[in-house]
Ligand binder design. Structure first.
Ligand code: RUB
Length: 326
């Protein structure tokens, strides 16, 4: 981050980057689609007259999008997907700007289509785990999780849900509304009530922002505590995560950066004034070790967390290049 750029970014790139940082656009899959669309918008709007200027603009746009939030690997994976296809699948030497533009717009569209298809496929896999009459417990708001529930409902299964509110941003409210729209009866609970209600749940269903090569699952803060509780009580923990959530850099020993957000999400100014000079910690995500995860459900089937590394190698190889670098 931080390198100065002289490139003019399209308005759509700035507004998408702002919306991701402020969490108006949030959740790993939604962020990825928005980032791909923003690259397409940059390509459409570009007035570059030569290919190298066009490529530089696209790389600058990708860097701007990349620096918004650090934890969901679907964001860099989306940028990589589009930028790698900028010069077409024959590789290199595209000599006119219009061809580059077509390639970027086409790749972004293809990325979005694949994302949708993957989510639908994953939903069917996840739905197979759910039986008629089952009760699920959710944390945060995950479109991959909701795809599983929707597929099960479409199969005629009746489900019920305990929905954790997910402080400090209350993404559980979004989940509660979506589940209600699917006809699933919801009981909203405060995060600290999870252990109290887990004995009534048949599954814990959570999404992922990143999955590491050892099968660790990085998801909304509170996921790891929920998983430990669920394991203690014998409730299976299922992670619904398309393969775009696999973090290729962890193949070479890198760790996943956990985002820290503003303390004002936790205490407002007046509460802060009342409490006085104390530390406030607000990590947005945590790491659930693989031993607490029963299954990772992807569009390519379900995997025990320990074997996800095989899929990761197959899909991403050993290299995680950074095509947005200058
Ligand atoms: C969102 C979150 C979600 C995953 C998966 O965190 O942790 O569980 O991103 O979502 P935030 P999806 O609200 O901070 O972005 O399945 O939709 O990709």
């Amino acid at each position: 981050h931080g390198a100065m750029t002289t490139q003019t970014l399209d308005e759509a790139v700035e507004s998408t980057a702002g919306a991701i940082a402020s969490m108006e656009i949030r959740g790993a899959a939604t962020i990825a689609a928005a980032a791909a669309d923003a690259l397409a918008a940059q390509a459409e709007a570009s007035t570059a007259s030569d290919p190298e200027t066009f490529r530089r603009e696209l790389r600058a746009a990708a860097r701007r999008l990349h620096e918004t939030r650090p934890t969901a690997v679907s964001l860099p994976n989306a940028l990589r997907y589009v930028l790698r296809r900028m010069d077409g699948d024959r590789g290199g030497d595209v000599t006119d700007v219009d061809a580059l533009r077509r390639n970027v717009v086409g790749a972004a569209q293809e990325f979005d289509d694949r994302l949708d298809r993957a989510q639908e496929e994953l939903g069917k896999v996840g739905a197979n785990r759910l039986r008629d009459g089952d009760v699920v417990m959710t944390h945060c708001h995950s479109t991959d999780v909701l795809s599983c529930v929707e597929a099960a409902v479409d199969q005629g299964k009746q489900l019920e849900a305990y929905v954790k509110e997910t402080r400090p941003r209350n993404q559980g409210h979004i989940t509660a509304r979506r589940l209600r729209e699917l006809g699933v009866p919801v009981t909203l609970i405060v995060d600290s009530a999870a252990h109290r209600y887990l004995p009534e749940a048949d599954h814990v269903l959570v999404g992922a922002d990143s999955i590491a090569a050892d099968g660790s699952v990085i998801n909304k803060i509170g996921t790891s505590g929920l998983a430990v509780s669920a394991r203690e009580l014998g409730t299976p923990i299922v992670v619904a995560a398309q393969t775009i959530k696999l973090h290729p850099e962890t193949l070479t020993g890198h760790t996943v950066e956990i985002e820290t957000r503003d303390e004002r999400e936790v205490v407002d100014e007046s509460t802060r004034g009342d409490i006085g000079d104390i530390e406030v910690a607000n990590p947005a995500f945590d790491v659930t070790p693989p031993r607490y995860v029963d299954a990772i459900v992807t569009e390519s089937g379900q995997f025990p967390p320990e074997s996800i590394v095989t899929l990761m190698r197959e899909l991403f190889g050993e290299s995680a290049d950074e095509p947005w670098k200058e």
